[in-house]
Design a protein around this ligand. Structure first.
Ligand code: ZN
Length: 152
């Protein structure tokens, strides 16, 4: 991808998350484990969630693939840690809308996630940026099916 087209700050944030991924560990116990795969690029992720009282109590995520996919996973873990499931799901759909050009990242304060908004300029890499978020949505759908009572 043409890194030059991303501004320096965005590039720095992405590379920092790629080199020093947050919550990059297996967590025990966990309630859900979900694998994600992006065949277009070969990106892989495993996401584990510990959920308590409708909140993400702990998260672990690791995988391999391009810098965008792995940085996005690291940023995701920071975004969702300690948050209510509803909030996390709305963040995931907001980020998808940003990637589809339907919303602007400036509309919300999303921390380091803002750095990934630049990827929108590179359609072939959007799936890389979204992999962690679609994996999260699948994980929460599975959780909802198996633990309906803990969701409102
Ligand atoms: Zn990728």
């Amino acid at each position: 991808m043409a890194w030059e087209a991303l501004n320096d700050l965005y590039r720095e944030v992405i590379l920092d998350h790629y080199k020093n991924p947050r919550h990059h560990e297996k967590i025990e116990p966990h309630d859900v484990e979900q694998e994600g795969f992006n065949p277009l690029c070969g990106d892989q992720l495993t996401l584990q969630l510990k959920i308590n009282s409708g909140k993400i109590e702990n998260v672990g995520c690791w995988g391999k693939g391009c810098s965008i996919s792995q940085a996005s996973a690291s940023i995701l873990t920071e975004c969702i840690y300690g948050k209510a499931l509803e909030e996390v799901l709305s963040e995931a759909s907001f980020f998808k809308e940003v990637m589809q050009g339907k919303s602007k990242i400036e509309e919300k304060d999303v921390g380091d996630l803002e750095a990934l908004s630049g990827v929108q300029k590179f359609p072939v890499r959007i799936k890389c940026a979204l992999l962690a978020w679609t994996t999260l949505e699948e994980a929460l759908r599975f959780y909802e099916k198996t633990h309906v009572s803990s969701l409102k």
